[in-house]
Design a binder for this molecule. Structure first.
Ligand SMILES: N=c1c2ncn([C@@H]3O[C@H](COP(=O)(O)OP(=O)(O)OP(=O)(O)O)[C@@H](O)[C@H]3O)c2ncn1[C@@H]1O[C@H](COP(=O)(O)O)[C@@H](O)[C@H]1O
Length: 107
């Protein structure tokens, strides 16, 4: 099993954000701003949905990798850390998904 994690990828994205843009796709995305990063995430989400509906496992894995990469770049563009998302997920572990959904309706 791969030991590479999304934290490793987030660290690479942090490093690319701090360096020159010419040779870095990440830095080019960040230089175009959060709205561009958000649109790219939307495109990758649609491509992931198409791969899932097509029931093509390898295509779904590849598109999911693109999706996760673009989500991390979008978070970086808005100054949100992966740890912030993990903390939000951790809070939800105390209740079921259905309970969490019901609590949102009460807000
Ligand atoms: N994981 C990824 C990754 N996943 C997807 N992509 C790129 O995301 C793009 C998405 O596909 P599209 O079909 O939308 O690409 P495109 O039409 O060329 O994109 P645009 O010109 O529209 O932006 C492709 O160019 C992919 O190469 C990634 N680019 C970089 N990484 C990681 O980021 C690291 C740093 O990359 P650089 O910033 O380029 O050094 C790499 O070593 C990888 O680990």
């Amino acid at each position: 099993m791969s030991r590479f994690t999304v934290h490793d990828l987030a660290a690479t994205i942090d490093a690319r954000a701090a360096t020159g843009g010419e040779a870095s796709y990440t830095r080019k995305l960040l230089d175009k701003g959060a709205e561009h990063c958000a649109r790219k995430l939307g495109e990758e989400a649609v491509e992931t949905v198409i791969a899932a509906i097509g029931n093509d496992r390898d295509h779904l894995v590849a598109e999911s990798a693109d999706l996760v990469f673009h989500l991390l770049v979008l978070l970086k563009s808005r100054g949100v850390k992966l740890e912030d998302v993990e903390a939000a997920l951790e809070k939800r572990t105390s209740m079921s998904g259905l309970e969490e959904k019901a609590s949102r309706k009460r807000d």
